[in-house]
Design a protein around this ligand. Sequence first.
Ligand code: FES
Ligand code: FES
Length: 179
Amino acid sequence: MTAAPRPHPVPTGTSVRLTVNGQPADLVLDPRVTLLDALREHLQLTGSKKGCDHGQCGACTVMVNGRRINSCLSLAVMHDGDEVTTIEGIGTPDALDPMQEAFVSHDGFQCGYCTPGQICSAKAVLEEIRQGIPSHVTRDLEHVSFSDDELRERMSGNSCRCGAYANILAAIREVEERA
Ligand code: FES
Ligand code: FES
C-alpha cells in the first residue's frame, strides 16, 4: 500500500498594521519578510535602499518609534502597531527638511544611494545627542556633546562608497548649529 500524498502546505500570511509616514498601512505578509522589503516591495516606498541586506551598510536605515534601525535586519511582523518614518516622510522636493537642504548645499552625496539612510540616521543622531544618549566615544556621560568625534562615531554604521563623509559631517554640523 502506498502512502497518500501529503497535501502541500497552504501559504499563510500574518497581518501587520504599521503607521508609515503618518499613514496607516495594513499588510498581510509572509512572516519572513523584512521591514525593508515590506516598505519597498509591498508599499512601494523605494527611498530606503537595500545595499548589503546584512546590517553592514546602513542604506536601509529608517526610524521606528523615533529610533533608527537597519530595516533589513528586522522582520516586518515585529513592528505591528509601530510608527515608521522613511525618507519619503521626512521631506518632499518642494519642501525639503533642513537636513536634506544641508546635504544639498554641502554636496553630501554623489551617487545618492546611501543618502536616504544617511539622512534618516543624521536626524536620529542629533536627537540621540539631545537626549543625552551616550556613544562608544562619549567621555563625559553627564554632558554628551555634538563633537565631530561623536558625530563620526554615531554615523559610522552608514557607509558611503562615494566617500562623501567630510561633506556629510559638514551638513549635519550645519543643522546642529542652526537648531
Ligand atoms: S541594507 Fe541594511 S544595513 Fe545594508
Ligand atoms: S553618495 Fe554614493 S554611496 Fe554615498
